[in-house]
Write a protein that binds this ligand. Sequence first.
Ligand code: ASP
Length: 342
Amino acid sequence: MKKINLIQTGGTIAMSRSEGKTILDSDRWTQTLYKEIPELKTIAHIHPDQLFLEDSSDITPAHWEALTYHIRKQQDHFDGFVILHGTDTMAYTASALSYSLLGLDKPVILTGSQVPMSMLRSDAKRNLVNAVEVSTLPIPEVAICFHDTVFRGNRTSKMSISDFNAFESPNFPPLIKIGLHMEINEDLLLKSHNPAPNSLSTDTRDPKYSLFSDRVFVLKLFPGLSSDLLMSVPFHKTEVIVLEAFGSGNFPTKSQTSILPFLEEASKRNILVIITSQAPFDSVDLSNYESGQLAHKLGVISARDMTIEAAVTKSMFLLARPKGKDKFREYFSTSIAGEISN
Ligand code: ASP
């Protein structure tokens, strides 16, 4: 049987109902695990670890680092890893790990649930059994397994607050559909032995540097956003601004609310601006309309069909390995972990 490391990090899947409240209960989760799902032992040798126990809204890049170094340290002892995680920021963690674990070559499967494991009609059992089974397969990916579907982690976003079918991978087909059989979309899987470019590798720990930079800022446009407010973003603390624009990457260019002065200021200060879209499906295309063409001239980068989660965490990851703005542009615009279509 395969050896799987089951890493608990918190979220609803680790919570219990107590006195009418849903709470994280660190002592109870392993007991609940085997009481509720004895079948797990028949799928793999499972070694549970608890790295931390957080509602996923409290997850930070420090938690991504802890996960990265734990997995790097254990990589020779296990055939695969399953991470139990809250659904709210699961797509951010999956995206971040897809970069920080580049070249790992083993399955890292994130899952969670909408309803705590010990409750009637919980989706935890199904998600966990599926995730453990998937982690025994030769899938060299950081993936999210939820509601009978396995998505590439850095292509996925949380789309529903309460539906069991909570995740979607808007611009990339699922890697696996789980029904009577596992239908694996072999052609889509990342090729194993895909080594990380040397300059991006994180397989040895350097305590001097963090794995993710905190100099990334996200801005969402809306009709009427005042340019005064825009000009007051903390430029001096920022190296990358991810701008969630409209449609194919459009933004206002006329009168009071034009954001062109803001883009000019960012360019003058050598801050990189990345344009993503508020529409999750399809790809940003800056050549489509006049605003995009102007942005392009100012050196703005298109996130094309990346999710916001993949774009933000990729920016944090690339900034933390300072190779200059040109290298940033080059790596940002090419796929390093399957996060963007060519
Ligand atoms: N608030 C929870 C979390 O993300 C929600 C969940 O797990 O579904 O930690």
